[in-house]
Design a protein around this ligand. Structure first.
Ligand code: HEM
Length: 319
């Protein structure tokens, strides 16, 4: 495909258009300068839901004050790193069928560059979270040691994940393993509960880390590569992420509702006051997230680059 891309800024400065000459058609790639609101809202709401969940569990284990926030910080850091690395390993492609190899490679290199930047931000969060285990009295020594050592190892590996698949894979396995250690520790020796809780946490990680990748890597890289091949590659990546959300969402709801029902039936007074109110709050958050997931593609709000949300928009831009 010939590279006749050129960029021009609109009078408002908000929209950049990049006409690209394809062999049979002329396609406008339109890029908005602002990051769309709905993905940011989703990221925020998933984080709040995780805070509510870890607060609920932490309180029931007798934790208080700063211990609760610190413990949540570790969950959040582990989930961000694990889910982001899943993106880096499984959803990115160095080449995409039918697309210009050079342009897809350029986009891929840029995305990995952003993985490097994200890794540098995640490392301090992981180091900070690593100490929490020593202030959580119900953890066994082996659990505290593995949570601290694992978090520190993950903090190092995540900074290397952009250049080494092996480092990314090792980090992903450590992150998922540490979430399972928490799930085991929080489940008082009940194996099935620990398994359900692990699945709840892994689904949370896949979703939150994917949302981070979208905001921190896919959006800025897509904006920079305003050409048709990058748009199609971005749209395919986004579709892969949508499958993650389509899987994570029902998984989180089913595992969450199952865990909740252990405390009382649907009409139990437990849900109507005190800490029990946090579970209906989580249900409201998940409803809001479902609405965002449905609304985002309808309003083409997942990406500032026209066509990434829905490739059909490229055809209509050409009319
Ligand atoms: C985006 C949505 C959600 C996220 C990110 C999320 C995340 C979390 C996290 C991080 C924990 C703490 C686990 C621990 O400390 O060991 C948790 C616990 C929990 N979650 Fe969720 N959750 C979500 C949705 C839901 C939903 C929809 C329900 C269903 C009502 C639910 C029910 C629960 C319950 C009951 C617990 C506590 C389990 C226990 O301690 O026995 N969650 N969740």
């Amino acid at each position: 495909m010939a590279d006749h891309t050129h960029l021009s800024t609109s009078a408002l400065g908000a929209v950049i258009t990049a006409p690209v000459i394809a062999p049979r058609q002329r396609v406008q790639v339109e890029v908005k300068s602002e990051t769309p609101f709905l993905p940011k809202a989703a990221f925020f709401l998933i984080s709040v839901a995780s805070l509510v969940g870890s607060y609920f569990t932490g309180r029931l284990h007798g934790l208080d004050g700063i211990e609760l926030v610190w413990r949540w910080l570790q969950f959040w850091g582990l989930a961000l790193a694990t889910g982001m690395l899943a993106w880096r390993l499984f959803y990115l492609r160095r080449s995409e069928v039918g697309l210009d190899a050079g342009r897809v490679t350029d986009l891929h290199s840029d995305l990995l560059g952003r993985v490097r930047v994200i890794g540098r931000y995640l490392a301090p969060v992981l180091v900070l979270g690593a100490g929490t285990a020593w202030f959580v009295p119900y953890l066994a020594t082996w659990q505290a040691v593995s949570l601290t050592a694992g978090s520190l190892a993950l903090a190092v590996l995540v900074t290397q994940a952009h250049k080494s698949r092996a480092a990314a894979l090792a980090a992903l396995l450590i992150g998922a393993g540490l979430l399972a250690v928490w799930a085991w520790a929080d489940s008082s020796g009940l194996g099935f509960l620990a398994a359900v809780r692990s699945i709840h946490l892994w689904a949370f990680a896949a979703w939150l880390g994917g949302a981070l990748f979208n905001l921190g890597a896919a959006v800025p890289a897509g904006r920079k590569h305003a050409n048709i091949d990058a748009v199609v590659a971005g749209a395919r990546q986004l579709e892969r992420f949508r499958w993650v959300v389509r899987t994570s969402l029902p998984t989180i709801i089913v595992t969450g509702v199952w865990m909740a029902l252990r405390y009382g039936g649907v009409t139990s007074p437990f849900w109507q006051s005190g800490i029990g109110l946090l579970v209906p709050l989580k249900l409201m958050l998940i409803v809001a997230l479902v609405v965002i997931f449905i609304t985002c593609p309808l309003y083409r709000a997942c990406s500032p680059v026209r066509g990434v949300c829905n490739l059909d928009d490229l055809a209509s831009a050409d009319d």
